[in-house]
Write a protein that binds this ligand. Structure first.
Ligand code: FES
Length: 107
């Protein structure tokens, strides 16, 4: 299990354990954390799982695939340096301690 901290837009933090191989979106959904809607269920076709990765961690994630980069254009106020679609990021031990912040609203 990997510790991930999700921070709601209002500042409320949720630190939970997410299984290796699950996505950041699944970690939020399975722990009932609000702020990530994931309307398409993880198919990279809705942009409602958008979050801002903490700057300290943003460069440690695998690079975006073209489909994720394209879909991020539909997210609410994306930040190219730290926005990700959380359904496209799988959790592994190297991400233990990762912090991500929810946007004000989803697309
Ligand atoms: Fe739809 Fe991530 S859940 S793009």
């Amino acid at each position: 299990m990997v510790r991930i901290t999700y921070v709601e837009y209002n500042g409320r933090e949720h630190t939970v354990s997410v299984p290796r191989g699950a996505t950041l979106m699944e970690g939020a959904r399975d722990n009932g954390i609000p702020g990530i809607e994931a309307d398409c269920g993880g198919a990279c076709s809705c942009a409602t799982c958008h979050a801002y990765i903490d700057p300290e961690w943003a460069s440690k994630l695998p690079a975006k695939q073209p489909m994720e980069a394209d879909m991020l254009d539909f997210a609410h106020e994306p930040d190219p340096s730290r926005s990700r679609l959380t359904c496209q990021v799988k959790v592994n031990e190297a991400l233990d301690g990762l912090v991500l912040h929810m946007p004000q609203r989803q697309a």
